[in-house]
Design a protein around this ligand. Structure first.
Ligand code: B12
Length: 220
């Protein structure tokens, strides 16, 4: 891999946002994802080289380490910040159409549920894997999922629930989505959810962590 792309990938893996940020201590004072992405564009790397060769590469490693419990939530959140800093420089290439995303992933925490840490991690990992993410936030009513699906025909939908009580709401939302959009894939997650439940309510997949969801949607 080219040196600057490798450096960006390492910044994503380590959560190094920019030179001003003291985290991680061993990279203090060094350029971060922000400066290096800008430098890579100035050197003539295409937005696509940077996205797939550095950002998706780095986030893939973060996802694997998180799944293997060798990285923890705070470290993944730092990686997310580094990725966001890099993405600022790539955003214009998405709007111009030069950079293509793999598809659209609509995500939300179901109605009645305000937990969003796991949902945010999932959204960020999926964005880091090269997907356009529409994050509907928390307490998302079934109608809202349907409305946004209507505007984004082929989208994959992800629902999160952290409460045993809101699992019932997840069931209602999944059944309504199945009824109106039988072809669309639905991925569910959250601590109380499991494969049996996912199967029973008609979801396409239960993902215990974001990486499982990334591998699944990339394989579609
Ligand atoms: C933080 C927290 C809160 C915070 C939420 C802050 C926030 N912005 O999210 C606050 C304080 C607001 C809160 C409130 C409540 N909470 Co709370 N909360 C937690 C806590 C401690 C951590 C949850 C968390 O973020 N985990 C870390 C993330 C990374 O894990 P995760 O969400 O499971 O996500 C991972 C996977 O599940 C997966 N994933 C998650 N979603 C999705 C979606 C998709 C599509 C995919 C692919 C994957 C995926 O990916 C993530 C990364 O691997 C848990 C206890 C625990 N240890 O889990 C209780 C817990 C979930 N809360 C609980 C309760 C009861 C409540 C309250 C009802 C308390 C009260 N009496 O007011 C309220 C409910 C408010 C509401 N209406 O939602 C209970 C639920 C019990 C139950 N079985 O129903 C728990 C289990 C605590 C307990 N042991 O009693 N809570």
């Amino acid at each position: 891999m080219n040196q600057i792309l490798e450096q960006i990938s390492i910044c994503i893996q380590k959560g190094k946002v920019d030179s001003k940020m003291a985290y991680p201590p061993e990279m203090k004072g060094m350029p971060g994802a922000d400066e290096l992405t800008k430098a890579a564009l100035d050197e003539g790397f295409s937005a696509n080289d940077i996205l797939s060769g550095a950002l998706i590469h780095g986030m893939g490693i973060v996802g694997d380490l998180f799944r293997e419990k060798r990285l923890f939530v705070p470290q993944v959140l730092m990686s997310a910040m580094a990725m966001k800093a890099a993405m600022v420089h790539l955003k214009p290439f998405f709007s111009s159409g030069e950079l293509k995303q793999k598809g659209t992933f609509i995500i939300g925490t179901v109605a009645g549920d305000l937990h969003d840490i796991g949902k945010n991690l999932t959204a960020m990992m999926i964005e880091g894997a090269g997907w356009r993410v529409i994050d509907l936030g928390t307490d998302v009513k079934t109608e809202r999922f349907l409305e946004v699906l209507n505007e984004n025909g082929n989208a994959v939908v992800g629902l999160s629930a952290l409460l045993t009580t809101t699992m019932e709401q997840m069931e209602r939302s999944v059944k309504a989505i199945r009824e109106h959009f039988p072809e669309n894939r639905i991925v569910v997650g959250g601590a109380p959810v499991n494969s049996e439940f996912a199967k029973r309510i008609g979801a396409s997949l239960y993902a215990p962590n974001p990486q499982v969801a990334v591998e699944y949607i990339n394989s579609i």
